[in-house]
Ligand binder design. Structure first.
Ligand code: PLP
Length: 372
C-alpha cells in the first residue's frame, strides 16, 4: 500500500518527502540562516500600523503589479549596491523560492534543461522537478569554487535554458568572482539561456566582492535574486525579489498567479524597507562573528570553509549525524547538509555562538566527535 494510493500523483513525485529543515523547539536555533535579531519595538509598531491600514481595504484584491513595493526595492538595491534600477526591473513574490519557481515556469518546462553546480542549494532540483524541467549538474572544485572553463564547457555541452548560480553559495558560503559570473552571463546569452544569480546572502559578502547587479545593464538574460529572509531579518514576512531587464520581468508577469503578493505582505515589506538601516544594522557584527567562527573551528583542527554568507560549513566528521544529534541534545540545532562529513552552522547572537562552541568542544573530546 503506497501512501498516495488511489490518487493520480505524478510518478516522479511519489518517492519524495516535503522539503524542509526540522523545525524543533530548542533554545539555540542555528539551522536555517535567519538573522537572530528581532525587529525593534519602533519597527514592529510601524509594521503593525501599516498592516492595520492595509486591513481597512482587505475586501479588495491587492495591487497586482505592486509597483510601489517594486520602486522601494529598486531604491534599496541602489543604496546597497549602487545599482540604478527602475521599478519595472524588479519582481517579487512570497520568498525568493517563489521568484525562482516563476523563472523556471517561464524559461524551463518539458524538453528543456536547468543546470547548476553541486554542491548547491537543494531547492533548485525541486523547481526543476515541479516544472517538468530536466535537471543537470556540473561540479564545483574540491574547495567549492567554480572552475570557469569547466563551467563554460558544461553550459555548451548541456545547452540548458536556465543556469542557476548561488553566490554566495549555500551550503558552502563561497562567493564567485565577478569575472566568472560575467563569463557565464556571456555564454548563456550566446546560447539564448537565462542566468540566475541567487544572492540570497548578498548583503553578507566580504568587502570588495561586487554584486552581479553591476552586470545587469550588459546582460538582458541575467536575473539577480535577493531575499528579505536572511540579512534583512524578515524571514517570517516571506518576501523575495529579483532585478533583471524589463523583458525578463515581463515574462514572469505571465506565469505569476493573479494577486500572488497579498496586501498584508506588501504593507509589511514596505514598512520593513523604511527601517532597512535598523534591520541590517547587525550584518557587520554577524560577519565578524562568522570570521571568528571560522578561525575558532580551524584552531580546533577542523576544516572550515571561508564564507561570504551568515553560516559556516565545517567538518569533516566520521559520523556527522551523531555530532548533529549530540549538539541537539545540548539544545543547539544546526543543519546536517552538504557533502558527507560536513555540517553547517548559522551565525547567531554572541550567546548562541558561545553555547555552540561549548557544546562542540565537549563533543570533540568524545568518540562521537571523531574526525575523518
Ligand atoms: C534561504 C535561501 C533563499 C531564500 O529563501 P526565501 O524563499 O526568500 O526565504 C534562496 N536561496 C538560497 C540559496 C537560500 O539559502
Amino acid at each position: 500500500m503506497g501512501r498516495f494510493d488511489g490518487l493520480p500523483i505524478r510518478d516522479e513525485l511519489k518517492a519524495f518527502e516535503p522539503y524542509g529543515a526540522p523545525q524543533l523547539d530548542v533554545p539555540v536555533l542555528l539551522n536555517v540562516n535567519e538573522n537572530p535579531y528581532a525587529p525593534s519595538e519602533e519597527t514592529v509598531a510601524d509594521i503593525a500600523n501599516s498592516v492595520a491600514a492595509a486591513a481597512r481595504g482587505l475586501n479588495r484584491y491587492p495591487d497586482r503589479e505592486f509597483l510601489e513595493l517594486r520602486a522601494d526595492l529598486a531604491a534599496y538595491l541602489g543604496r546597497e549596491s549602487g545599482a540604478q534600477l527602475t521599478a519595472e526591473q524588479i519582481w517579487a513574490a512570497n520568498g525568493s523560492n517563489e521568484v525562482m519557481l516563476h523563472l523556471l515556469q517561464a524559461f524551463g518546462g518539458p524538453g528543456r534543461k536547468a543546470l547548476s553546480f553541486a554542491p548547491t542549494y537543494s531547492m533548485y532540483p525541486e523547481y526543476a522537478r515541479d516544472t517538468n524541467t530536466a535537471w543537470v549538474t556540473g561540479r564545483r572544485a574540491e574547495d567549492f569554487t567554480l572552475d570557469q572553463s569547466k563551467a563554460l564547457a558544461a553550459i555548451s555541452r548541456h545547452r540548458p535554458s536556465v543556469v542557476l548560480l548561488a553566490s554566495p553559495n549555500n551550503p558552502t558560503g563561497t562567493a564567485l568572482p565577478i569575472q566568472v559570473v560575467e563569463a557565464l552571463a556571456a555564454r548563456t546569452a550566446a546560447i539564448g539561456a537565462v542566468l540566475v544569480v541567487d544572492e540570497a546572502y548578498g548583503e553578507f559578502r566580504r568587502a570588495g566582492t561586487p554584486s552581479a547587479l553591476s552586470l545587469l545593464p550588459s546582460y538582458p538574460n541575467l536575473a539577480v535574486a535577493r531575499t528579505m529572509s536572511k540579512a534583512f531579518a524578515l524571514a517570517g514576512g516571506r518576501v523575495g525579489y529579483l532585478a533583471a531587464s524589463n523583458q525578463l520581468v515581463d515574462a514572469l508577469r505571465i506565469v505569476r498567479l493573479p494577486y500572488h503578493l497579498s496586501a498584508v505582505t506588501q504593507a509589511v515589506a514596505r514598512a520593513a524597507l523604511r527601517h532597512s538601516g535598523e534591520l541590517l544594522s547587525r550584518v557587520e557584527q554577524l560577519r565578524t562573528e562568522r570570521d571568528e567562527t571560522v578561525t575558532w573551528l580551524r584552531g580546533l583542527g577542523l576544516r572550515a570553509v571561508d564564507s561570504d554568507a551568515n553560516f559556516v560549513l565545517f567538518g569533516l566528521f566520521a559520523d556527522r549525524h551523531a555530532v548533529w544529534q549530540a549538539l541537539l541534545a545540548d539544545g543547539v540545532l544546526i543543519r546536517e547538509t552538504g557533502p558527507d562529513g560536513w555540517l553547517r552552522v548559522s551565525i547567531g547572537t554572541g550567546a548562541e555562538m558561545a553555547a555552540f562552541r561549548a557544546s562542540l568542544e565537549r563533543i570533540l573530546k568524545t568518540d562521537t566527535g571523531r574526525l575523518l
